[in-house]
Design a protein around this ligand. Sequence first.
Ligand SMILES: [Fe+2]
Length: 329
Amino acid sequence: MKNKLSLLLATSFLLLTACGSQAKTYLESDYILELPYQENFRVLQLTDLHISDKDNQDRHYAFMDLTITDSQPNLIVVTGDLFTFASKNTAKKLFSYLDSHNVPWTVTFGNHDEQCLFSVEWLTNYLTNYGSNCIFKDLIDDDVYGNCNFVINLMKNDTVFEQIFIVDSNRYNYGGYFGYDYIKKGQVNWYEKMVNYTTEQNGGIVTPSILYCHIPLPEIDEAWEKAQAGDPEATLDYGEKRENSSPPKFNSGLFHKIIELGSTRAMFFGHDHLNNFRVTYKGVTFGYGIKSTDRIYFDEDMMGGRTMIIHDDHSLTYEDHYHTYAEVN
Ligand SMILES: [Fe+2]
C-alpha cells in the first residue's frame, strides 16, 4: 500500500513538473528584433482588414496599395483583425501581399483572428518562420500570455534609438466576465521588464517607445471624455468618435505602468472601426488607427491608414490617409 502511494505521489509530481515545464522564462533579449533606424522613420498602421475567403481579395490589395503609396513607409504594422473566416491560403496570400512591397512589416492579433480555418498557433508559427521582410516573433512555450509579444528595436549607430512594442491584447475572456479579453498582468510585468532591461543596456537612460495592440486600453473613454470636457490632462489632437469604444472590462494596469516608466509616449489600437481619434492623455498619445478595408462595418469616408513619423529628435508627427473603393473599382 505504501509503495502504491509512493508511486502515485511520484507520478503526480512528474506530471506536475511536466505541466509546469511548458511555460518557460526567456531572457529579455529573446523578445527583441532589430531594424535600422532611418531619418524621419515612417511607420504605417493598417488595421481591421477582416479578410475572408469569400472576398475579392485583389480588390482589397489594390485599395491598400493607395495608402501604402501615400505613406512610403519604413515599416508597416497591421494592428489585428487581419482575418474573419479565412483559410490558410487566404492568410498566406495576405502575407505575400504585405511582403511584396519590400518594406519590413509586422502584425499584432485581434479578437477575430481566432475565427478562422486555422489556429492562432499556426499563424504565429507561420509568421515566426516567414523570413523575408516579416518582423515577427512568438516564443510559443514562454510564460508571457498571448501570441505576439515582442519588441522591435530601431537601431542607430549600434544603440537603441527607439523601440516599438507589439503586444497581444488577446481575444475573448470567458472567466469572470464574457467579452473582449484584456492584456494580462503577466504581460504588464513583461513590459516593465523589457523597458527596464533596455534602460539598463542604455546606461540608465530610458529609451522612448511606441506601442501597438488591437483592443484599446480601458482608459480610452476617460481620455476622450476628459479631452471633451477641456480637462488640462487631456487634449484631442485629431479625429472623431463615431461609435462607443469597446475596451475590456478588466484593467490590469498597463496605462499606469506606462506613466510610471516614462518610455512609451504613444500607443495605437484598432478594434472600433468608426473611431479615428488621437488624444494626448497624461502625456501619452492614445490613438485609434484608420480602418483599412471595407469589410464587416465601416464608414466610406474613414478608410485608409495612418503614418506616424519618428523624427531625429524623437518628436512624433502624423499623416492620415483616406481613400475610397471607388478609386479601385
Ligand atoms: Fe475589427
